[in-house]
Write a protein that binds this ligand. Structure first.
Ligand code: T3D
Length: 261
């Protein structure tokens, strides 16, 4: 069974984490396939948006712990190797992809699985889903950007409690805390997430990529630097075909037909 399912329809590349018997926990093969799918999303102009979700009852349980030999006498494991070769490049790929990434969290998102969801641009979750910073339960530190995303999204007090206690945060609370965008009824999740992804796939792809750049630069910027960045990005956006189309459509009182160029 392929650990990742990929399909392209109406500009949306749907990527499904597909190890349901392991709650879609990551092993090296799944990392490699996900990497290839995200590279395809970046390189193929036909792909205008990505939808990331999980098969079965979970979104992702983070690292597959059955792959870690911690038996007495087993050699120590250098987890920096795993982060350096798999998790960090994955988070960077998601953030740097110049196209929108929608995450449909269909069930529990734990450990790196939770933080990979947070690395996506728009996160919708099924009401029955939950977010667990499971790391402290096994003596680890939140990774995959967790120590960066959490305090920025929910503030230090709540971030610290999530990290130290490792308790599950419900989808509704995740919305109320500002961790994710939306919680929807379980049965409506995929329809709604796909509709959002499709609408993004019909949008001004270049402009969306520039919006991502601006927002990602913002936490480390001064207002002055951000104003300069907005000026530079707006120059690029203004040179796009989609800007001309957007303004023409507005003047002609019609729906724009963006081409992502
Ligand atoms: O190692 C490195 O590379 C460093 C990087 C680390 C990144 C990380 O993600 S570290 C954190 C790893 N993840 C976890 O610690 C989460 C462990 N899982 C859980 O806490 C719970 O399973 C969940 C909260 C995710 C779900 O709970 P629940 O009660 O709904 O399900 P369950 O009964 O605990 O799990 C169901 C099955 O999935 C079970 O298998 P079984 O008994 O039916 O054969 C369980 O062992 C398996 N499973 C769940 N999570 C993992 C897993 N198997 C392997 N790896 C997992 N992460």
């Amino acid at each position: 069974m392929a650990s990742i399912l990929v399909s392209l329809e109406t500009g949306v590349l749907t990527i499904t984490l597909n190890r349901p018997d392991k709650l879609n926990a990551f092993n090296p093969e799944m990392h490699e396939r996900l990497r290839d799918a995200l590279d395809r999303a970046k390189d193929e102009p036909e792909v205008r948006a990505v939808l990331l979700t999980g098969a079965g009852r979970a979104f992702c349980a983070g690292q597959d712990l059955s792959e870690r030999n911690v038996a007495p006498g087993a050699p120590p494991i250098d987890l920096a190797v795993s982060l350096g070769s798999h998790y960090n490049p994955l988070v960077r790929r998601l953030r740097e992809l110049p196209k929108p990434v929608v995450c449909a969290v269909n069930g529990v998102a734990a450990g790196a699985g939770a933080n990979i969801a947070l690395a996506c641009d728009l996160v919708l979750a099924a009401r029955s889903a939950g977010f667990v910073q499971a790391f402290s339960k096994i003596g680890l530190v939140p990774d995959s950007g967790g120590t960066w995303f959490l305090p920025r999204l929910v503030g230090s007090a709540r971030a610290m409690a999530l990290a130290l206690l490792g308790e599950k945060l419900s989808a509704d609370d995740a919305v109320a805390w500002g961790l994710i965008w939306k919680a929807v009824d379980d049965g409506a999740l995929m329809t709604e997430a796909l509709a959002v992804a499709k609408s993004l796939a019909e949008g001004p792809t270049k402009g969306y990529g520039l919006i991502k750049k601006a927002f990602h630069a913002s936490p480390g910027s001064t207002l002055d630097a951000q104003l300069d960045l907005e000026r530079d990005l707006q120059r690029q956006a203004g040179l796009s075909e989609d800007y001309r189309e957007g303004v023409s459509a507005f003047k002609q009182k019609r729906k724009p037909a963006f081409k992502g160029k």
